[in-house]
Write a protein that binds this ligand. Sequence first.
Ligand code: FES
Length: 231
Amino acid sequence: MQGDGIIKELVLLDGKSAARVLCGSSLIPAPGRYLLAHAGGSDAPLAASIFAARAFADTSMSASGFLCAPPIPESWTPGMRLNLRGPLGHGFDLPITAHRVALIAFDDSPYRLLALFDSIPKQDSSVVLICANLPEDLPLEIEVQPMSALADICSWADYIAVDAGRGSLPGLKKKFGFGRPLKIPDVAQILVRTPMPCGALAECGICTVEIGSGRQLACADGPVFDLKELL
Ligand code: FES
């Protein structure tokens, strides 16, 4: 699907630029899915892959849109028109039975994971966040735990969502094992951040990820994968 969006405003999230983007509701990416965005009039050769940190409804303008998680292209300014393609890729599949949810962001902001928060039933559910960079505007319902609690939280959770850069994947097993046997829930997923310039259109292969069952394209097979395939 293709459509237009407009940058309503830029906001700072943990010191990084993010943007509120107005667009049709069918273009809003579900958690873990992405859009390829190209600013109208821009001479940037490649589109940027962008993720939602949160969907929103702008009642003052009767419009829908989403808070685009950082990072965003430096050239973006308020009022800019965006050509959007998507939503693309495979996102998070939060089981409806999940009541103990762990969100783990290893090396970047956790906003792509926090997009899941609205989908988690608030009654009888607990959400724990482990991350290197703690957001300032975290909902009170989310409990924060240090990275040193990772193994215990993985044993406690019945669903895990992880955000990690492709470059950090070789060290992933060590992070989860901490020298002990791995214990993670049956449903555990990981969003692998990597450049996705063509969004599977040209099969450029730049987004290739090595997983247990072979090479996969993050743009089409991911960017959300089964965590166990990478451990
Ligand atoms: S971004 Fe080109 S194949 Fe994935």
